[in-house]
Design a protein around this ligand. Structure first.
Ligand code: SF4
Length: 453
């Protein structure tokens, strides 16, 4: 169904309930309510966008949302701050740019898929075949909204680190493996065979899911049920996979081109920065742009010289080509300027934290800077600083909404960060991580140190 028709159906059908149900993924047609407005998520079919299409999305995000774009941990594009009256214009702008949005359930391809990246079979074509032949099962409301499928064309780069309900891996142009419930190493192999046989096996998995209950996941399928359908599964030997997970930085490709992986600093990029970056890319002969897992963005088709130039210039557009960039260890929400509920500028405080307290950024701690107690950016436990009316609330290991371990007056926040830095420097034992150090010294000592003048 065309996106317009889908939106019409969804908006008409859910006029009084335009937002996603709990557990479902926010789509273009059904954005999710968050503290800074409606959030829509999209995944372009085939996983890639042209520079022009990417610019269309950025302009529409500025016009219809609050101008902030994100790439999710699983590689979808997220547009923040939409309003009920701008949801449809935004979707129309995406459609007008010729972007076909993959429907749910999500089917993921390694971001660097295709012949140039060593694929032995066409993963994008396999996705379309699955969607076409198994539409009845894939669109059933009984399917778990977060059911995930990975189709891997067997090339140089894979998604072996990412868990999925269903995995298809091409071993050759004619043979596919089907595995369920796990990552590249732990998923259980259930079938092997031609593309047709693999699709049939995926259909059997979907039927099994429907037979065991409402919105079940592949991990819920018991071994006996599985064996009753896949009688030969125990005879399939494991196929060793030598792929790599693509990461930030420059990757030379065999065909003489290069790819660069970048990350938006603090996981978000302003539409204006993205547009400036895309305009900078115009002179670099880019093939396409691919949002990717772990909040990455890959730019393909570059010459090696252009890739180096892009790497050197990325920072001025709010992007990082450095795998060790400390900004990737801090989750920040939109913050003041983008969200009316925010009590402070989350990104400015994150930059201060990087300058004044590099000790906490050794990778052992999740850090979360939240403009208010809603905690939109990181709904999990972390060392959290959340904004309140007259103070910052510090939660040493919890959610933005948890009772604070310490309250820090607005004017005292930089000094408090310096005191935290001093405490870790002084107390840390040889080889000890920041997390282990803070756990060992305990809440009372930390809060006392934060209060000291
Ligand atoms: S300030 Fe941040 S956490 Fe609070 S509602 Fe806005 S985006 Fe969400």
């Amino acid at each position: 169904m065309a996106i317009d028709a889908r939106i019409e159906t969804d908006i008409a059908g859910e006029a009084t309930q335009p937002y996603v149900r709990r557990g479902a993924c926010p789509t273009l047609a059904r954005p999710m309510q968050t503290g800074d407005g409606l959030l829509a998520r999209l995944r372009p079919q085939g996983g890639s966008l042209t520079v022009r299409q990417c610019a269309h999305i950025a302009r529409a995000a500025a016009r219809c949302g609050n101008g902030l774009l994100e790439i999710t941990a699983r590689g979808s594009l997220q547009i923040r701050g939409l309003r009920p009256e701008t949801v449809e214009p935004f979707a129309e702008a995406v459609d007008a740019a010729g972007i076909i949005v993959s429907p749910n359930p999500v089917i993921e391809l390694p971001p660097l898929h295709g012949e140039a990246f060593g694929d032995v079979a066409d993963a994008a074509a396999m996705e379309l075949l699955l969607r076409d032949r198994l539409a009845e099962y894939l669109q059933s409301p009984g399917l778990a909204p977060k059911l995930s499928t990975i189709v891997d064309g067997g090339g140089l780069f894979d998604l072996a680190d990412v868990t999925a309900d269903i995995r298809l891996l091409a071993i050759s142009a004619e043979e596919w493996l089907v595995a369920i419930a796990g990552d590249g190493a732990s998923a259980r192999l259930v079938a092997t065979g031609s593309a047709d046989a693999a699709i049939e096996a995926v259909g059997d998995v979907l039927k099994l899911l429907h037979s065991i209950g409402w919105q079940k996941r592949c991990r819920d399928i018991g071994p006996e049920r599985l064996l009753s359908v896949f009688r030969d599964m125990q005879t399939i030997s494991h196929h060793p996979r030598a792929g790599q997970t693509p990461s930030v930085g420059v990757h030379p490709i065999k065909d003489g081109t290069a790819v660069i992986g970048l990350k938006p600093r603090f996981g978000q990029i302003q539409a204006t920065d993205l547009l400036a970056f895309l305009s900078f890319l115009e002179s670099h002969n880019v093939k396409d742009i691919r949002p990717a897992p772990d909040r990455c963005l890959f730019i393909t088709g570059l010459s090696e010289e252009s890739a180096v130039t892009v790497r050197q210039s990325a920072k001025r557009f709010g992007l990082s080509a450095d795998g060790d960039d400390p900004s990737s260890r801090i989750a920040t929400c939109s913050g003041a300027g983008a969200c009316a509920s925010s009590f402070y500028d989350t990104k400015a405080l994150a930059e201060t934290l990087i300058d004044l307290c590099p000790e906490v950024l050794d990778g052992s701690l999740d850090l979360h800077l939240s403009g208010c107690a809603k905690g939109c950016a990181h709904p999990r436990r972390a060392l959290t600083i959340s904004g309140a009316a007259n103070a910052y609330h510090l939660v040493l290991d919890g959610l933005a909404s948890d009772a604070p371990d310490a309250q820090i007056a607005g004017s005292d926040i930089n000094s408090a960060i310096e005191r935290l830095s001093r405490l870790i420097k002084t107390e840390r034992q040889a080889g000890e991580s920041a997390r282990a150090c803070l756990d060992r010294v305990g809440t009372a000592t930390i809060t006392r140190a934060l209060r000291q003048e």
